[in-house]
Write a protein that binds this ligand. Sequence first.
Ligand SMILES: [Zn+2]
Length: 466
Amino acid sequence: MLNDNDEEKKDDDKEEEDKPPLMEEITIPSVTELVEVGVQFLPTKGGITSIDFDKESRTFHIPIINLDENSEVVLRNLVAYEACSASGPLVLTRYTELMNGIIDTENDAKLLCERRIIINHLKNEKEVTGLWNGMNSIEERERDEGEKGIWGESREVQRRANEEEWYSDVEEENEDDLDALRGSDEEGERYAVWNDDMEKRGVDLFVGLQFATRKKYKEVLKDWVVRRGWDLKFLKSERDKVTAICKNGCDWRIHASSVMKTSSYQIKSIKGKHICNHRTDNMQADYKYIGKRIQHFIKDNPNEGLESLKNKIRRDVQVECSMHKVYRAKRYALELLRGDVKEQYNRLYDYCATVVKHNPNSSMVLKVDRSLTPPVLERMYCCLSGCKEGLLDGCRPIIGLDGCFLKGLYKGQLLTAVGRDGNDNLVPIAYAMVEVEKFDTWEWFLNLLLRDIGSHEDRGWAFLSD
Ligand SMILES: [Zn+2]
């Protein structure tokens, strides 16, 4: 199990290392937005190199392009050709990205057609919008999946060489939702931060919601979709941005990115409507996820068989998984529980010190085998002052002794001493956790007990045991 954890750590590290460097995000406003703030669009007779923005007159110069049903294929091939053979900057690629960036809606396309920058031979503006945005989405997908596709090997290599250029300005249109939410209020914005309470209440994800880390965001997102029976596909999973879509291919998508170079993550947009059927073959529900979900069940039923556990997972998590996955999930859940218990054992010294601090005259004794590295806990004895005084003040001099097995992950046995008060009620006096019930451990326990409650000669104790 430890190996699994290591693996996970390695995976995470690797994931972080593979990410391109954190980059300034560039938001490209749409044509409509630019026109609204007074930017003019003028067609140029020159080629791509004639693209220009004149700050003085606030005029965007863009070359004229004729679009018909062959344009998309031609553009794609040109972009591919450029990626294979260009030694300098990928100007055509940048041009298609620019056009995709400024054309978000039919209205954007309409405005460019009216200004004769786009000469439209397609059926309508919707097709123009689809052409540019469609090109982008397919490129993104290929990039993410590392598919060679029609672009061939060399494009992939070129792509890596131009990684910085490539990654710098995709997805910006998705920032719009948050910008709209943000309004004109720039300073002192406060967004809801995901917390455990929201987790318990099953709060829906919404635009603007923040998460402490990228890892937390992905964890919550996974849980959110699995609980709804959806499956995800990550289009982009970089250090500073994560975009996911519905795996069934409906138009639902969610985009989040890091907040101003901090470790915080924020949902920037949620688009589309998910209308797909429930999926039980959910890839997001990996063995670790399932392990976490069944952790409490395993805690109560550590010996539950795999077959019935599989049924339990189908019923409660609503995910169908292989026996192997059930096995790994169970092992992972046990590991999580052990880690938990281990952590508590690690704090026994603190626990004893705290008990004594708040209950003066109490006895807390830890017996540790220091000949081993690391030292191993053998026994713990506890006699609270209140119990001790209760016995001395108002109980008969009769002490009952018994032992029982501990059923936690670390086993051992519990020894107890109880008294009886004037009303015949049981009064706990002291207890000890020992490795095993034997003469030596009883002797150790009784010596400590007598030290606390006074000797047999002084008090005339009578002991009862089975
Ligand atoms: Zn869907």
